[in-house]
Design a protein around this ligand. Sequence first.
Ligand SMILES: NC(=O)c1ccc[n+]([C@@H]2O[C@H](COP(=O)([O-])OP(=O)(O)OC[C@H]3O[C@@H](n4cnc5c(N)ncnc54)[C@H](OP(=O)(O)O)[C@@H]3O)[C@@H](O)[C@H]2O)c1
Length: 304
Amino acid sequence: MTRKIIVFGSRGQVGQKLMSFGSEQNFLIIGFSHRDLDITKETDVTAVMKDYDCDLIINAAAYTNVDGAEVEKEKAFRINSDGPAILAQACCEVDIPLIHISTDYVFDGTKDCGFIEDDANAPLGVYGDSKLAGEKAVRELLEKHIILRTSWVYSSSGNNFVKTMLNLGQKREELKIINDQIGCPTAAYDIAKTLLELGDKIFLQGPKVEWGTFHYCGDTELSWYEFACEVFRLAEDRLGIKTPRLYPVSTNEYPTTARRPSYSVLDCSRIGRVFDVYPAPFLSSLSQVIGELKTLNNIEIQKS
Ligand SMILES: NC(=O)c1ccc[n+]([C@@H]2O[C@H](COP(=O)([O-])OP(=O)(O)OC[C@H]3O[C@@H](n4cnc5c(N)ncnc54)[C@H](OP(=O)(O)O)[C@@H]3O)[C@@H](O)[C@H]2O)c1
């Protein structure tokens, strides 16, 4: 039996990968981009759920501009908190599960080993606050939910650190990059694959599914500076572009509008124990994305 999955936010980094990878699986994936449907419009959401009679909702829609959220607080909360609440309520009414994506930025970064799902939340900025409010709404309104927290998302499309580095690297001789914030970069493709594996397990396990919050990220912890070094090393090798001079700097030397956790590594043991899903190897995922950038011609490549 082919299961029907609705993806909201289908033009985002994760949304696009869900659409392309999902079509290779035994699922019927129906995607709604922001232009097609605004998740904060309750009547539109309810109408779509009724029309499509689907088996699972995946919410990949979000307000993801961490600095922007500091000045657009109301908008960030509307999309990241009210939107998931509307989706959870709509799922509850038709009795279908919701997989919702959240973030490592619900933590304050004051641990020195990976954050587990039950660690105390203390976001440092509006983005994390709004995502945490979205998590709470989903938990309160819908029993059949999975909240998948992930971190440092990158892909060959959309706005992300890998593309920013490669584009800046084409324009500047040197780049200063923060070396005292540590996290785990996660490829959007690996998140999409995990979301669909969770979907599969939800359908297979039926009433035995263990609902709740899970962590999933790439298998390697790095600073942004170390991440950039790997990006340029692979890009020089795979794309033949020149590496600018890279300088590690501290957060104090590179102030941003929003505060970010200094350490936001997610411990992914629980998702392994419960669903047999494990972090993907960082270097092969990054290499895959760099390869896609070459095919898509998605960055301005100037040969060295
Ligand atoms: N990016 C990261 O580094 C990161 C890190 C940790 C967790 N996450 C989480 O991972 C998930 C996916 O992130 P991503 O990087 O794929 O995000 P993304 O590329 O920014 O995609 C989010 C999508 O949501 C859409 N959207 C925004 N408001 C909407 C609304 N009201 N109704 C419907 N769609 C709306 C956006 O459309 P428009 O662009 O047209 O507005 C965009 O296509 C999010 O929950 C995010 O919080 C991301």
